[in-house]
Design a protein around this ligand. Structure first.
Ligand SMILES: [Zn+2]
Length: 84
């Protein structure tokens, strides 16, 4: 498990399509774990949250297994789109 800090890391994970991405957000009641190829996993959203906002309101965390993502916090759920 590691935090994704650069757009290069983010794009590499998406290109490989391996593992999962957990997105935390302090203001959302529900946070989600996604497959890297989910439609919610967008460069523009990553840049906004991790770079422009400097992870102030939330983070992108790479995990090998979705259960590691669920362990991050009690409000972390599996994405309804990419896990359906
Ligand atoms: Zn998803």
């Amino acid at each position: 498990m590691h935090q994704i800090l650069s757009i290069e890391q983010f794009q590499e994970i998406k290109n490989k399509g391996i593992g999962f991405i957990a997105i935390t957000d302090r203001y959302l009641r529900k946070n989600c774990v996604h497959h890297p190829n989910c439609s919610s996993i967008q460069d523009s959203n990553f840049v906004q949250k991790a770079i422009t906002s400097n992870c102030k309101n939330g983070k992108y965390i790479y995990v090998d297994h979705q259960l590691q993502g669920l362990d991050i916090s009690s409000k972390m759920k599996l994405c309804g789109t990419c896990f359906s």
